[in-house]
Design a protein around this ligand. Structure first.
Ligand code: GDP
Length: 197
């Protein structure tokens, strides 16, 4: 799928205020610094559309982008900051979950994890909750250019092993790099297929 136009629409704290749910929508989420902004910019091929390297925890907003007037790409805030209070974190987590479980046009959520790290508790908890709530999601292993193919495969296998302790099968997954663009085409294919359904 070729993308010719990507427009930032709005930022919200509540799903009720998000744009009218009249187009297929895809959300991107992951821990802060996982490479989410870079991946979004790579996918739409527009540098600076999603801001990279924002101060962790500062932007706790649901950001909507309109792609080719046809679908919404949603940049969700990174989860798991050490530096915010428990109350703030709970508020923020419920905002994300309200959005994920209520947004009627949300077709797929891309959960980003850094390919260099072993499965982290916070990611597993997030993934397990999505599964329990029946929210369709896939995984994106980011920053693949930072590892050799062998090391990358090994880390993906470790993740798979961990997930299979709880799940019957590995969710769909992509391996991506914003440096060399790997994974982009596959992610876009998946979105394009879902857009047709
Ligand atoms: P976000 O906080 O999840 O939005 O993460 P960013 O996109 O801001 O990226 C965090 C840091 O990781 C930045 O310094 C990026 O340049 C770097 N980064 C992001 N994606 C990649 C990637 O695919 N490869 C490499 N080598 N670095 C990346």
């Amino acid at each position: 799928m070729k993308i010719t136009e990507a427009i930032f629409l709005q930022s919200n704290t509540e799903y009720e205020k998000c744009p009218k749910p009249d187009k297929p929508e895809y959300a991107f989420i992951g821990r802060s610094n996982v490479g989410k902004s870079s991946l979004i910019n790579t996918i739409v091929q527009k540098k600076g559309l999603a801001k990279t390297s924002q101060t962790p925890g500062k932007t706790q907003l649901i950001n909507h982008f309109l792609i080719d007037q046809k679908w919404y790409l949603v940049d969700l805030p990174g989860y798991g900051y050490a530096k915010i209070s428990k109350t703030e974190r709970e508020k923020f987590e419920s905002m994300i979950h309200d959005y994920l479980s209520n947004r009627e046009n949300l077709l797929y959520t891309f959960v980003l994890v850094d390919i260099r790290h072993e499965p982290q508790k916070i990611d597993m908890e997030f993934i397990n909750r999505l599964g329990e709530e029946g929210i369709p999601f896939c995984l994106v292993f980011t920053k693949a250019d930072k590892l050799s193919k062998t090391a990358a495969d090994r880390n993906v296998a470790l993740y798979q092993e961990k997930l299979l302790e709880t799940w019957e099968e590995m969710p769909q997954f992509f391996v991506s790099s914003s440096v060399n663009g790997s994974g982009r085409e596959d992610i876009l294919h998946t979105i394009s297929d879902l857009n047709q359904e």
